[in-house]
Structures are given as C-alpha cells and as structure tokens.
Ligand binder design. Structure first.
Ligand SMILES: NC(=O)c1ccc[n+]([C@@H]2O[C@H](COP(=O)([O-])OP(=O)(O)OC[C@H]3O[C@@H](n4cnc5c(N)ncnc54)[C@H](O)[C@@H]3O)[C@@H](O)[C@H]2O)c1
Ligand SMILES: O=C(O)[C@H](O)[C@H](O)COP(=O)(O)O
Length: 394
C-alpha cells in the first residue's frame, strides 16, 4: 500500500485541516521552527512569511509543492524552486483589503489624536499593486489628494494612476505610505531595500508622516529613527523582525507587530488561494471558506460641523471595527521589557494570539450617517450604510 502524501503547514495558517486534509496527512508547526529534518517525508510545504524557503531547506527532501499564504514572497527563493521543478504558489492580494484598512485606521487615528483633518492632505502612495491600488480610491473618498509612484508599473504602462518619480512624491506628500515588495539590488531595476534612507527621508516635507506596512527593510533603521523624532511615523514592519529595536518602537507614533494584513478574512482568503493552487496541482476540489455574517457598528453620536470633527467622527466609527490603537498598546507593552530573546518570543506570541479582526467591508452601520460623510463611510471605510436602513431612527 502506498502511503498518503504528507503536508507540513505553518500553525498560523487557519483552517489547515479543512482546506488541505483532503490531500494527505496534515502536520502543523511554528513557521520559524521549520527545518530540513521536518521535511524528511513532506511533499507539500505550506508556509507564511517567517519561513525562509531556499535550496538549503528543501534539497534532499521529497517536497514537490511549496505554497506561501502571503502576498510578499521575499522569504522564498523562487528561482531555486523553479530549477528543481518544484511547484510554487502564493496568495497575491489575499490581505490587501486588510492592509488598506490598517492604513485608513492609522491615518484617522493619527489625525484625530493630533486634532487635524485628513481633508486636503496629500497622500503619497509608493507602490500601487494590490494594496496601493486599492488604497488610492479609499484615500480619495476620505478627502485626501493622492500622488503615486510605481516605476515598474509606469515602465510597462500598467497603471492608470499617473505615476510620478519617488522624488516628486516625497517633495509634495503630507503623508508617505509604502506598499512595495522588498527587493534587493540585482532582483529588480528598482530595488526597494533601503528605499527610504536618510537621504530620501531628508527630501520629505519637514512634517510629513511616514507609514510602513510593507517590509521593514524598505526603510533604513536610521531613517525611521530620525523621522520619528519630528513627525508621526507608523510602523507595522521592522528592519529586524522578530526583534524590533525597542527604542524605535517607543519613538513610533503607532507601532504594531506586522499585523496589518491579519484580518481573519484575509488569512482565510490566503488559505483558500493555496487550497485552490494545490487543487490545480494535485487534482481535487478546492476548499470553500465558511460564509460570515455582517457585523453591526453604531454611527457615533458626535458633532460633524467642522472638518476636524468629521475626522474624529470617522475615527470613532472605524475604531469600533478595527482599533489600531489597541494593537499598538499591546505591542508597546510587550516590547517594554526583557532581553532580545524575550521580545522576539513576545513578537511571535502577539501574532499567534492576534484577536479576531474583520475587514471593514464586513460592517454595516446602524444609526444616522450625515450626508456629508456618506461617501467617506462607504467608499473610504468600505462600510455598508444601507443594510440596516429599516432599523434607522429618524
Ligand atoms: N504588513 C503586512 O501585513 C503586509 C501584508 C501584505 C503585504 N505586505 C507587503 O506589502 C508588499 C506590497 O503588497 P501588494 O499586495 O500590494 O504587492 P503587489 O506586488 O501587488 O504590489 C507591489 C507594487 O509595488 C511596485 N514596486 C516595486 N518596486 C517599486 C519601487 N521601487 N518603487 C515603487 N513601487 C514599486 C510594484 O510594481 C507593484 O505595483 C508585499 O510585497 C509585502 O511585502 C505586508
Ligand atoms: O506579505 C504578506 O502577506 C504579509 O506580510 C503577511 O501578512 C505577514 O504575515 P505572516 O506571513 O508573517 O504571518
């Protein structure tokens, strides 16, 4: 009797048994701990971003399929897999809506806490793929003027966003938000490793905010630290994960442990994309994720006369669905003490035990939404304002 295929799956990939169990025996383990020895009998390896997959990991193992339930693939040596005829799949766009929610929540939180409005600010979006491309219309609906930079897309005529070069965006943006992959020199004509270094940072407006929810090393530690002394800096990703520099965590305005893409819907979508790829490769039926019900949030009972009040109102609505300040508080507390090893363990634990969060477009608003804010709620936050219309009070 031939033995069934074996699959090794990162324990942070949800629904693993339901989605992959039909293909063989599923074993799960912490992604950071996976070694070559663990793959001795494994045909399919399913990881997230914390498992470097290269020749050293897979050579001498029976692995024939590698999947990563993530958008970023900088942890996978795709050329090495190609050379060995190993099938590869990732989950492009699976968590884009979740990252956009994170950026929107952070923009509103920082503006509201500073008594500012987003209305009329210029947002510079660096990288307009799955995340950046979806962020553009949502930011515009929140009243931001948007400039974009994406040389790879510009050079292939792939964007309708009228891209500028990075310098032009840095010179004009009030907020710069990064949504590029991490690429090293030689991997791309436009490598992003250290894209925002001290020199690039010095070309930003003196009070321009920086948001990095892409990869930590797209910004140098030096640039991040310098910028954080003089303006809001929001960091979800860190140059040396899982051991971020505690001084940089303290200096950041909002600091989170690489969870921008961690909405439950996004993780489930990543699993479903890998299940579909596995079905196409091995044959079989793709897994269908369970349906989810909409969730009700209440229209805040706050004034909306001025632009600053409107930003506060939107922030109060958004944080009922996703509270980025709570993520920040948990992370800050966890990074406040202990040595590097303890902080690395805490970083992993925060991610493993991340509370259930839903994408903003799963929410329906109960109560009156002022006409002046309707577009910001529906197109900016992505929430439904009509789903409970019959419940609305005059
Ligand atoms: N924090 C998180 O939880 C999280 C979640 C998802 C993705 N990410 C990161 O964000 C990155 C972007 O995600 P995505 O889904 O939008 O990827 P994507 O591949 O769809 O888009 C990336 C875009 O960046 C552009 N780009 C490449 N080099 C550039 C450069 N030098 N300057 C400007 N633009 C450049 C590409 O042309 C592309 O349009 C991922 O590669 C991943 O590393 C982080
Ligand atoms: O690239 C991605 O998709 C994200 O960075 C991803 O959400 C990171 O989460 P991890 O794979 O580390 O669990």
């Amino acid at each position: 009797m031939t033995r069934p295929p074996r699959l090794l799956v990162d324990a942070n990939i949800p629904h693993a048994q339901a989605a992959f169990g039909g293909y063989g025996l599923v074993r799960t383990m912490a992604g950071r701990d996976i070694t070559r020895d663990d793959l001795a009998e494994v045909e399919a390896l399913l990881v997230r971003s914390v498992t470097p997959v290269d020749a050293a990991l897979i050579d001498g193992t029976p692995v024939r399929f590698v999947g990563t339930a993530t958008a970023g693939i900088d942890h996978v040596d795709v050329a090495a897999l190609d050379e060995r005829g190993i099938a590869f799949a990732s989950a492009p766009g699976s968590n884009a809506a979740s990252v956009v929610d994170y950026v929107v929540a952070a923009l509103l939180a920082v503006a509201a806490d500073r008594g500012e409005t987003l209305d009329g600010k210029t947002l510079g979006v660096v990288g307009v793929g799955e995340v950046g491309g979806r962020l553009v219309p949502r930011a515009r609906a929140l009243g931001l003027r948007v400039l974009v930079s994406d040389p790879p897309r510009a050079s292939s005529g792939q964007t309708d966003h009228d891209p500028l070069d990075l310098d032009a965006v840095l010179a004009e943006a009030d907020v710069v938000t990064l949504h590029t992959p991490l690429t090293r020199p030689g991997e791309s004509p436009w490598p992003t490793l250290g894209l925002i270094d001290a020199e690039a940072a010095s070309r930003m407006k003196p009070d321009a905010w920086l948001i990095n929810a892409a990869r930590g090393r797209v910004v140098t530690s030096e640039a991040a630290a310098t910028l954080a002394t003089s303006r809001p800096v929001v960091l979800d990703v860190w140059p040396n994960e899982p051991e971020p520099d505690p001084a940089l965590v303290r200096a950041a305005t909002l600091a989170t442990p690489h969870v921008a893409g961690y909405a439950a819907d996004a993780k489930t979508r990543g699993t479903a994309m890998l299940a579909a790829a596995l079905a196409a490769w091995a044959g079989g039926d793709a897994w269908t994720p369970p349906a989810v019900d909409p969730i009700v949030v209440d229209a805040p009972d706050l004034p909306t006369e001025t632009a600053v009040e409107q930003t506060r109102w939107l922030d109060a609505l958004a944080r009922q669905a996703y509270d980025v300040r709570a993520d920040d508080a948990r992370f800050r507390a966890a990074m406040a003490g202990g040595d590097g090893e303890a902080r690395a363990a805490a970083f992993a634990t925060l991610r493993k035990t991340y509370p259930e969060r839903r994408e903003l477009d799963r929410f329906v608003v109960r109560g009156p939404v002022p006409d002046s804010l309707r577009a910001a709620v529906t197109a900016g936050l992505g929430m439904d304002v009509d789903g409970l219309a019959s419940d609305r009070r005059p």
